[in-house]
Design a protein around this ligand. Sequence first.
Ligand SMILES: [Zn+2]
Length: 533
Amino acid sequence: MYGTAGGAADGWRMTKMAAFHAGRDSGPRETQPNIMGMGGLAAWHAINDLPRPPLPNTTATLLSSNTNTHHPSPSIHPPRLAATTASTATMEHSQGAHRAPPAHVDTDQLAHEMTERFRQVLSTRRMNELTLRSGQSRPSSPAPRDFGTPQPPPVQNAPPSYSSLHNIPLVPQAPQDARSLRFKNMLTSLSNMPVRWENPGLLDEALSAIPLEQIYNEAEEESQILQAEAESLGKKAAWGYQDCVIRSLMRWFRNSFFTWVNNPACSRCFSPTIGAGYVAPLPDEQARGANQVELYKCSVEHCGAYERYPRYNDAFVLLQTRRGRCGEWANCFTMLCRAVGSRVRWVWNAEDHVWTEVYSVHRKRWIHVDVCEGAWDKPRLYTEGWNKKLSYCIAFSADGAMDVTRRYIRDPSKYSLERNRAPEAVLLHIMDEIRALRRSNMSKQDKFRLEGEDMREDRELRGYVISSIAQQVSQINADDIANGRASTPRPDPDTSKALEGRTSGNAQWIRARGEGGRGTPGQQQDPNNQHPR
Ligand SMILES: [Zn+2]
């Protein structure tokens, strides 16, 4: 079914059907008053305020159940939690805070349990806060000289006033100021990228450029191996056939199809060139979609030839030029993933990078794919791997838009940059608006399915924030807190997996971008750089 463009369309339809059924399984929307709908940072702050009294009893249980199982860590976070912990007699809990650590601890299980308990704590705290605020928001006596307004009799347990509900949850707000409007226009314009790929002629052309038989054979082989491995362990296979197709496509794209170009070589003498600024595109370059042309001068003095480097962002043209930096790579590769029948997203990052997300029918979630790096499902690559701070990561598809920053920043205290391009409520509004635009011609049923998917993903993203905190709390050593000692770090296996510096581009270019990973000195990032290159 994958052999032709028609086959690809079948694949697309099947993907949609599977996703539809998956969406139906996702259950009703959560009703508890927690951080749903808040941006990553807002959510973080909400949780960061968590351990303030009044706290429900679950906190004591939560902390005491972990006091005996973990090694020390300096990244006790948030700090207020440690103070609260020490001061609330948690240590005296009957579970025994001073037991010797067992030889082996299943931290994943622990983190999962804590995640659940955190949800409860959050919910209870929100309710406490609301009750508290509704009490405070009523004036205790009428304002001076206001004798005309009859005062209502005091009511016990009155519902919270609307003013107390601001940001719980965040209500989308239309952009008002110039800065927010600029952000909206930029995101709306970026959101067009995946729409351009929905072109049967382009996808046909793309399929003819791909060695389909080789890719499908490789995928078949890999998925069979994964299946056999999984069966021997009595588990579900890590990845399905469709995932393996994308993995194989990525290998081919990197090894045989696309070339990384920093400075184009001199076409006269093949020597290296030196950057000489930007020039206006020629009519021919402009016709092929290049809005920007970089100019390079040959480094050999007696040659001195100039080399033009038009930055094409038309996927059709890229099928022929087959070269570029992250922008061109992500554009062309994401389109090819679409051509082989996957649902795709193009992820824009405000700190000058772009990558792909592919919907895995097998895993029922969006998978991070960075073709420049050959990275598959490594969302922590940029922060924990490249040691880069991020502000916004926004995913665009032909049928939606989503702020996916929380997938890529698991530890906001270390890796988040200020999100100051628009208030969070405005960003929510912009996302809603782009979604509505993309879905305007869809049937009610399709819209409903996609909304279900959005809600499910929002739960997934909130889960990352919550489990990141649970993970950190689980690393607190009770003895250290009780004795007022600073803790020492415990290596996180997930983190060490991501500790790879950037591999695409030459060393100088990587250093200039500050993406060399741990311990690599880099220049200051420019948060205002808006070019996804
Ligand atoms: Zn030359």
